[in-house]
Design a protein around this ligand. Structure first.
Ligand code: AMP
Ligand code: MG
Length: 314
């Protein structure tokens, strides 16, 4: 790094440290984290430790830069999500969560979406034997509780941001992917989010629109038993989740449909050979939640040390 760039970075760090907006957003985010953790614990979920380096991670369904390191004679990936660790962990403990740091080196064109960081945290939840409906219900109750906590503990911060966040009514509205597409076209996520005042679920995403590990709906072939939650007011995706594929032959078949390498997923394939119990789960992005609550332009502004695609961080 040249001297001028490094001086530029220090100046920008100093201005962030001195920014009331950022400090208040960090405070709101701290409440969000605490509320999610305490709600899940109250529901009997057990927090497990994050994994940052692993031989097994999420293939994702969109391109990212994909470095790995070699150590102990193995190639280790940086965790893009703990999806497979979750599936394995619930074999031991019925309900688990992780405040999971994810490294996804998103391409530079994502720098200005306001939604993408290359390092972020998702509260990643999974439960053995639960259905989509069960987990949507849990996510809704958890969000309502978190918003109530933020309204209680961060009233002056919300006022600073001129945000009046109403506690959403339950159950949240649901729209099937197919219906959303038909009514609003390919840009339905943005359009539905922009015209909504409360969070909205999108359910039944097509097989090709998702990674191989979500369960194909036996009653609706070609579509998955999965869901996304959209924040209102144009803030878009909050959550992705779904029931998981757990049968060996079907996981293998789905990996092949995606033209991915079975060897990269050997651990989960072998675990499924000896029998995996079905599970369902979801992940909710902490920075995006905070961005919506504070009405921020970019979720990087929920963090003193932002990770914007294409821009090195301190
Ligand atoms: P996914 O399962 O890939 O949809 O990730 C789970 C959740 O993490 C998403 O619904 C978002 O809230 C959040 N998320 C995913 N990718 C990013 C990113 N690059 N930057 C910030 N948050 C993200
Ligand atoms: Mg998603």
């Amino acid at each position: 790094m040249g001297k001028t760039e490094s001086v530029g970075q220090i100046e920008s760090l100093k201005s962030r440290i001195g920014s009331e907006e950022i400090v208040r957003a960090v405070r709101v985010q701290s409440t969000v984290r605490g509320a999610i953790e305490s709600y899940l614990r109250k529901e009997g979920y057990v927090e497990i430790s994050p994994v940052i380096l692993s031989t097994l991670t999420d293939p994702l369904n969109h391109p990212v830069y994909d470095p790995s390191i070699t150590a102990y004679n193995q190639k280790l990936a940086l965790t893009k999500s703990m999806i497979f660790h979750k599936q394995i962990a619930v074999q031991a403990i019925p309900g688990i969560f992780i405040m999971s740091p994810n490294i996804r080196l998103e391409t530079e064109d994502k720098a200005s979406t306001g939604r993408h960081l290359y390092e972020f945290t998702q509260a990643d939840v999974e439960a053995r034997g639960k259905s989509m409906d069960d987990m949507m219900d849990l996510a809704e109750r958890m969000i309502v509780f978190t918003i109530e906590e933020v309204r209680k503990n961060n009233a002056s911060d919300l006022e600073f941001f001129s945000r009046r966040i109403a506690v959403p009514g339950r159950p949240f509205r649901r729209i099937r992917y197919r219906d959303a597409y038909e009514r609003y076209g390919s840009d339905f996520e943005r359009r539905i989010s922009e015209e909504s005042k409360e969070p909205v679920w999108i359910t039944g995403i097509p097989l090709e629109g998702r990674e191989f590990y979500d369960l194909e709906d036996p009653d609706d072939p070609g579509y998955l038993r999965d869901m996304d939650l959209l924040w209102p007011e144009g803030y878009q995706e909050a959550i992705s989740g779904g029931e998981r594929e757990f049968k060996y032959e079907r996981i293998l078949q789905r990996i092949k449909i995606k033209k991915q390498e079975p060897e990269s997923f050997r651990t989960i394939l072998e675990m499924s050979m000896s029998g995996l119990e079905p599970s369902c789960g979801f992940g909710i992005g902490i920075e995006r939640f905070t961005r919506y609550l504070c009405g921020l332009k970019h979720c990087a502004d929920t963090n003193l040390f932002p990770r914007i695609p294409g821009q090195p961080g301190i």
